[in-house]
Design a binder for this molecule. Structure first.
Ligand SMILES: *Cc1c(COP(=O)(O)O)cnc(C)c1O
Length: 408
């Protein structure tokens, strides 16, 4: 499934969310969230009547994306009991992250979006504190144009304009050569959109180098395969932006900006704990900064073959169960470029099984336990990487139950 398509599908959520307002009593339908509940825990979700669910959808921000590794939670707990100077925390963690990902330098940001904003700001201001204070206004004095391929220019590119920068759309290499002028600050690339554009990542980097213009890549959700975490630094991008709380399973409100030493230093001038800048509101405290590092370390050092096999096994549990229902078709694919994880589409003969994809997802969402997945009218789409142990079996049996119930 393409990310874009998934985002489109997600746009139905707010509507359904409203419809769900009436069934908040489902709060009792809680699934266990923490993998180490050693003492009886206050069930704050139940107390507040908040629905929790099995995440068969994937790393969607609106669905709280991922749950953190136990190592990350322990780190946050530990870090929260001590004081530390934020700049010293960023220095130390940045150095470690840079080493892990083959970058010159790195910093932890408040998510990938924040990395996009702060990285762009750093490119525009450099180490000039006067310029830092000017953003996002008065950019006519500064280099403030960012080149972006037309097919990359949607949704997330808005982050770049938070700085005041203007996006200049290009399509071909010739367009790039024509667009570059003394006001050009940066060239931005959206990793998952690579197949849709005429200029690939490597060509983009080479063009930037040819003209001495910094290049930035947004690879927010693309930490699988793990090599992606250093691939774009090795390729020569000046700045690389990653989400911390998607596949990396770090804090949801953390991300990574990494790349050239001078640009990271400039980005930090635009970031907290400094103020009088555009980034002061994009706060990350020591817990998230250190938690981000531990998540990255844990992810990189994981056995990725074992992890992949676990995702495949979970998908297989669901496939085996639903295939037994007459009229059901399953199809497992792996996206080529972003959100690389086994992705299952389940469809069925809607003449025989009288429920469409949207209705099916509503029934699963409103059932016990609640289950979230993606898809459209014709299918449901499931990924297993954000599931917890035992979830796949529940998803399988609930799907079978609803498919059979709808069978004429
Ligand atoms: C999720 C996402 C972002 C935003 O990342 P956050 O970590 O949620 O701030 C930016 N770009 C792309 C392509 C994304 O998928």
């Amino acid at each position: 499934m393409k990310r874009r398509q998934a985002i489109k599908n997600l746009s139905i959520l707010p509507v359904t969310g409203v419809a769900l307002g009436s069934s908040l009593t489902l709060g009792s339908a809680l699934t266990s969230c923490s993998s180490s509940p050693s003492k009886p825990q206050r069930n704050i979700f139940k107390e507040l009547g908040i629905r929790t669910f099995i995440n068969a959808a994937g790393t969607y921000t609106a669905l709280s994306a991922s749950t953190m590794y136990d190592e990350v939670l322990d780190t946050i707990q530990f870090a929260s009991q001590h004081y530390a100077a934020i700049n010293e925390v960023q220095d130390a963690v940045g150095k470690k992250i840079a080493e892990l990902c083959h970058a010159e330098a790195a910093m932890v940001t408040a998510g990938c979006w924040s990395a996009l904003v702060l990285g762009t700001a750093g490119v525009i201001t450099g180490d000039d504190r006067r310029k830092v204070a000017m953003l996002p206004n008065n950019l006519s004095e500064l280099k403030s144009e960012v080149l972006v391929q037309r097919t990359h220019n949607h949704g997330y590119s808005h982050a770049l304009t938070n700085t005041g920068a203007k996006l200049i759309e290009v399509e071909t290499v010739a367009d790039v050569r024509k667009a570059i002028n003394p006001k050009t600050a940066m060239m931005w690339f959206l990793n998952y959109a690579e197949p849709n554009g005429q200029i690939n990542a490597k060509e983009w980097v080479d063009l930037g180098k040819e003209y001495g213009i910094p290049t930035m890549i947004d690879m927010a959700a693309d930490a699988t395969p793990v090599e992606n975490l250093w691939k774009f630094n090795d390729m020569g991008f000046s700045l690389v932006c990653v989400s911390g709380g998607k596949g990396l399973r770090g804090p949801q409100s953390a991300g990574i900006l990494m790349g050239k030493q001078d640009l990271i230093a400039a980005a930090r001038l635009n970031a907290p704990p400094n103020s009088g800048n555009i980034g002061r509101g994009m706060k990350v405290n020591k817990e998230e900064i250190i938690g981000m590092y531990v998540a990255l370390e844990k992810f990189i050092n994981s056995d990725h073959k074992v992890m992949w096999k676990m995702w495949e096994d979970r998908i297989a549990v669901i496939v085996d169960a639903v295939k037994a229902v007459d009229g059901v078709t399953t199809n497992v694919t792996v996206p080529e470029i972003a959100n690389i994880t086994p992705t299952l589409s389940i469809s069925w003969d809607q003449e025989k099984i009288k429920v469409n994809g949207n209705e099916m997802r509503t029934r699963l969402r409103e059932g016990t336990p609640s289950i979230e997945m993606m898809g459209g009218r014709d299918n449901v789409i499931i990924t297993a990487w954000m599931m917890h142990d035992g979830d796949a079996e529940i998803v399988a049996s609930r799907m079978v139950e609803e498919l059979k119930k709808a069978t004429a």
